[in-house]
Design a protein around this ligand. Sequence first.
Ligand code: SF4
Length: 470
Amino acid sequence: MGGFFAAALKNDCMFDLFFGTDYHSHLGTRRAGMAVFGKEGFDRSIHNIENSPFRTKFESEMKEMHGNLGIGCISDYEPQPLIVRSHHGTYAITTVGKINNTDALAAKIVGTGTHFLEMSGGNINATELVAALINQKDHLIEGIRYAQEEIDGSMTILVLTPAGIYAARDRLGRTPVIIGRKGDGYCASFEAFAYQNLGYATERELGPGEIVVMTPEAVTTLVNPRREMKICTFLWVYYGYPSSFYEGVSVEEMRYRCGASMAKRDGYDGENADIVAGVPDSGTAHAIGYANASGIPFSRPFIKYTPTWPRSFMPTIQEKRNLIARMKLLPVHELIDGKRILLIDDSIVRGTQLRETTEFLYQSGAGEVHVRPACPPILFGCKYINFSRSTSEMELIARRIIREEEGEDVEREVLTDYANPDSDRYHEMLERIRKQLGFTTLSFNRLDDMLDAVGIGRDRLCTYCWDGKE
Ligand code: SF4
């Protein structure tokens, strides 16, 4: 996915920009960058952060770059921010989102005599494509709106100009933009917690499709928010950092409620488990919620080795991801031996890691492993925010099982039936997943319970990956 931070201050913003961007490191693993504008004009730096964290890579920039307006990003895909010289003047741009119609948009733009420079791995840099769309219009705001309307997918955009920073939340608010305020200016952030230790207080969250311009003096709305919203539910379930909130709802508290609703559906006995454990770190809060509601003690039968894995570094090659995931986890045999463990993770995507974790628990002496994912089976690949863990639908374990049962071409109604937790197909699918992954029992959180755990109204939440509803 990716995250961003922007600051518009009366004084130099580099300190805030450096730490504010660094606080988004859980949202991306590939590239990071910062761009500033000050007395000496624009300055920009981009680094590969695949093997080294943001702070290490950008230490020297923190001292060398200067300016009072700045944008920074952590990116799972293309290098950014980009600096663009256009009829709008020079600006820096960073984006978070997904473009599904890249080829059609690129063909349209190339047809106007424009070319693309920033190819990454043979593909057009998505942020450059957004800039090219913006440059199709006479006015910057008109261009930002045009880009958001033309893109099939979702796009949140930050544009840094000498006159201020334009922040445009995607049209359906799939990802957040939150404004913080302190004595000498403002910030705009994906994650709310990113600015709290930097002295900002929350000013407000932008609405879906809202566009503002941020200067050290004010944040002014240029395009009013739309009513309709489809914010990503996965932000609460998995993506968001526990200390964050979206639409005023705490991530950590939502996860407790998810755990509590699963305990309730289990009749609070959790198959009479001896302990409740979360897969670190994504299942921990859900597990605390389950343990608190059921009275079954929360325990940590395996611990993540953080001294040399200080961040959630994940290589992009699948075999290495699994190996690294295994190397990070260390068992506490005394807590596993002979125990009936109720194990919670945020979700099951491919199933490989949870199968290996379960095998590792059995090898370490566990008697039973009851698995409770905190969200329903994922049936559809994300079309909106580049949900990095499900690149292809057929990699999803639920879809693989459905293919085994129904063949290649599955009708939509059949998939809808598989998404219904009260259908026979759903229960057959669960049983096959359980057997393939070697769990003692398996029960997923229900969609209605998960949406209630967010509590902002079901029609305001994106549920596409679970029910395919657009
Ligand atoms: S499809 Fe899933 S991951 Fe993508 S925006 Fe919707 S809820 Fe989030």
